[in-house]
Design a protein around this ligand. Structure first.
Ligand SMILES: C=C1C[C@]23C[C@@]1(O)CC[C@H]2[C@@]12CC[C@H](O)[C@@](C)(C(=O)O1)[C@H]2[C@@H]3C(=O)O
Ligand SMILES: O=C(O)CCC(=O)C(=O)O
Ligand SMILES: [Fe+2]
Length: 366
């Protein structure tokens, strides 16, 4: 394809990140770079062979696998699973559809949601309420509520591919969630009743090459709101997680899916499972894709601690939680998340994430 045709396709499909961030970027003097961004240690996350869970004749191996999942969720909040039963064909089909949908003209992605059969607002780009460079995200995403896709009768290849992926990945999510509940002493039907495939979300992410890669995040540091996330990333590096106060680069493994414990599991387990901050750094030359499946309950599901210890967080519905995140992102430019729902012990609470410090009142009530 001639270069000018390629450039033209790019310019009509890419979101106008340069233009949107012009003012903030003009304030940089080159000293805001994440000095550590490319130097962070690369690390192998715990790697768990989940095919052992299907070995019904070998209780010892099943229990061994469950214990590894429990330990990784407590100590890391981030791990990889292999032999998960989802075939490579599903991921390659998804990648093709993902590339196709992002190549649509920008105007079409923002306006014609009907064409894609998604709710309005599914297409997101950048972080438009950012107030400083560190809050910028050099990326675009389709954040798709699965109510829009499942059982909608969509027979196009995009809908069929998403449905196939969602069906397979929802089985894995529920299996993992049930194990984590069982390890907390709860053999309940909570996930079966509240986290139906229709209440989950899929997020298709695209990170265009970024000319200011050492200054700007691909996706700013955040925790995921769901119970857990199943993430499939391509082979382009970029994902990093925070462990013991240090950023660690997650090495891509083509055979593995990444499991990320989310805010709801941290609240439900009363802090036993860790919802860990992660971010994506940009690449000056390469485009990167990922797909995240968020295992979520319906909006009216109330999240309360399953522990007999005093609760760290007040009870809240998932709808209320999502609303709070939306408001914070809108008003502040970033998500606060669980610290907003902390119950006070009488002392002033100071919560920190990598870039912000929050002070909370001494009593929040239930
Ligand atoms: C700008 C943002 C959108 C986001 C919250 C954030 O501050 C950074 C991460 C985004 C993310 C990613 C995971 C989930 O999809 C999400 C709902 C979340 O909790 O953090 C989204 C937020 C969003 O799209 O509103
Ligand atoms: O692209 C990635 O590797 C991570 C994406 C992510 O964190 C998200 O979609 O919440
Ligand atoms: Fe995330």
């Amino acid at each position: 394809m001639p270069t000018n045709k390629l450039n033209m396709e790019h310019s009509i499909s890419n979101p106008p990140l340069h233009e949107a961030y012009k003012i903030l970027l003009s304030k940089t003097n080159g000293e805001n770079g994440f000095d550590d961004q490319f130097l962070v240690e690369e690390c192998e996350l715990p790697l768990i062979d989940v095919s052992r869970l299907a070995e019904s004749g070998d209780e010892v191996r099943r229990e061994e696998c469950k214990s590894e999942i429990f330990k990784a969720s407590q100590e890391w909040g981030f791990f990889q699973v292999v032999k998960h039963g989802i075939s490579n064909g599903v991921f390659s089909g998804l990648k093709l559809e993902q590339e196709k949908i992002f190549k649509q003209p920008f105007e079409k992605k923002t306006k014609e949601n009907k064409f894609f059969n998604f709710s309005a607002g599914s297409y997101r780009w950048g972080s438009l309420n950012a107030t400083c460079i560190r809050q910028l995200s050099w990326s675009e995403a389709f954040h798709i509520p699965l109510t829009d896709m499942l059982g909608s009768g969509g027979s196009d290849t995009f809908s069929a591919t998403i449905q196939q992926f969602a069906t397979q990945v929802s089985i894995l999510s529920k299996t993992l969630a049930d194990i984590l509940a069982e390890k907390m002493g709860h053999k309940s039907t909570f996930f079966e009743e509240n986290c139906l495939p229709r209440s989950c979300y899929i997020r298709l992410n695209r990170y265009p090459p970024c000319p200011l890669a050492s200054e700007v995040h691909g996706l700013m540091p955040h925790t995921d709101s769901a119970f857990l996330t199943i993430l499939h990333q391509d082979q382009v590096r970029g994902l990093q997680m925070l462990k013991d106060g240090k950023w660690i680069a997650v090495k891509p493994n083509p055979d593995a899916l990444i499991i990320i414990i989310g805010d709801l599991f941290q609240a439900w387990s009363n802090g036993v499972y860790k919802s860990v901050e992660h971010r994506v750094v940009t690449n000056p030359k390469l485009e990167r894709f990922s797909v995240a499946y968020f295992f979520c309950p319906s909006d009216d599901t109330v999240i309360e601690s399953c522990s007999t210890e005093p609760s760290l967080y007040r009870n809240f519905s998932f709808g209320e939680y999502r609303q709070q995140v939306r408001e914070d992102v809108h008003n502040l430019g970033y998500k606060i998340g669980l610290p907003k729902f902390l119950l006070s012990t009488g002392d002033k609470i100071v919560c920190m994430n990598m870039y912000h410090e929050f002070n909370f009142p001494t009593s929040t009530g239930t």
